[in-house]
Design a protein around this ligand. Structure first.
Ligand SMILES: NC(=O)c1ccc[n+]([C@@H]2O[C@H](COP(=O)([O-])OP(=O)(O)OC[C@H]3O[C@@H](n4cnc5c(N)ncnc54)[C@H](OP(=O)(O)O)[C@@H]3O)[C@@H](O)[C@H]2O)c1
Length: 293
């Protein structure tokens, strides 16, 4: 059985649907009881619990021989939570642990990247000492950060990256396909895979592409650092770590962007990476909108 943490989240929900369709037996874990829906939706086992509790994680691991660990977003406890999950997996005798990290975790101007790098480090040491199989996947900027239904309804896109800064995009469908491969083959131990698609675009370029496919004009608004600071509680509440992280992410993106190379993903997939254009097409069709071209 495969334990998937962060199961209600944006990545978790997409990956679980894809893995269930491929026949994986899944135990879905999340802090939010809505995770129970997976029982009916895909016949999964479920576990509601706080991943920062070692007791809860040990309980969650029971009966699982594989783990796909998805960390929480902007948590000041992110490294600790990962360590707890890894240690619980060791105790439960899990044979394979796959961790979701982030592309360029070495970019230490962003606290959540450093948190993930430290989590990776713990996984490597524990994997070597306890001799279980580990793999780290490092995703680029998700396609689904661009919410198609919202773009169609509002005709507006608020972006944190400066208008001339490029982001490297990645499809969650491609993450799921790579993950299924990693989880069903024996050859991915010790591997660290940066995962990135072929689109490397500024916000205006991404929206130009969207307009070409949807026919919908999109007004872009750059959320400047000053504007972000003024309104930050709207985005991350009052959590001081999340606020600081978001501001430092803004600074980093403004200066460097978010780069990545598609080679590793395409080698693993054995086909070209899913493009942002095909993500837009698929989402528009799913939402019942007309697609151009
Ligand atoms: N956005 C990007 O482009 C990008 C790129 C690369 C990597 N990443 C990383 O990908 C990861 C997953 O992202 P995502 O968008 O799927 O995040 P998400 O939608 O926030 O999903 C995380 C899930 O974990 C749950 N959770 C939070 N704290 C928990 C706890 N203590 N115990 C158990 N469950 C807990 C959350 O529940 P609540 O919602 O109730 O808190 C949520 O359901 C993040 O770590 C992010 O940094 C993001």
């Amino acid at each position: 059985m495969l334990l998937v943490t962060g199961a209600n989240g944006k990545v978790g929900s997409r990956v679980i649907a894809a893995l269930a369709a491929k026949g994986f037996k899944i135990k879905a874990m999340d802090i939010d009881p809505r995770v129970e829906r997976y029982k009916e939706e895909i016949g999964a086992e479920t576990f509601v619990g706080d991943a920062s509790s070692a007791k809860a994680m040990k309980e969650a691991m029971k009966g699982c021989d594989q783990v796909f660990y998805i960390p929480p977003l902007f948590s000041y406890q992110e490294t600790k939570i990962a360590q707890i999950a890894i240690d619980a997996a060791v105790e439960a005798g899990v044979r394979q642990f796959v961790m979701l990290s982030v592309i360029n975790p070495q970019m230490n101007t962003m606290p959540h990247h450093t948190m993930k790098l430290n989590a990776e480090s713990h996984l490597i040491y524990q994997g070597l000492v306890h001799k279980f199989s580990y793999t780290i996947i490092q995703p680029a900027y998700y396609h689904h950060n661009l919410v198609v239904s919202r773009l169609m309804e509002k005709g507006k896109y608020y972006h944190y990256t400066a208008p001339n800064i490029k982001m490297a995009y990645l499809s969650c469908d491609d993450i799921a396909e790579v993950l299924a491969k990693i989880l069903s083959e024996d050859s991915h131990n010790f591997a660290i895979y940066p995962l990135c698609g072929s689109d490397y675009l500024t916000p205006p370029e991404a929206m130009e592409l969207f307009t070409k496919i949807s026919g919908k004009e999109i007004a872009l608004t750059y959320v400047t650092k000053e504007n972000l600071e003024e309104n930050i509680t709207k985005y991350v509440g009052n959590d001081s770590y999340a606020k600081e992280t978001m501001i430092r992410m803004h600074d980093t993106y403004a200066k460097y962007g978010f780069p990545g190379n598609k080679n590793v993903l395409e080698w693993l997939l054995g086909r070209p990476a899913t493009t942002l254009e095909s993500y837009f097409r698929k989402e528009l069709e799913k939402e019942g909108y007309a697609v151009k071209g």
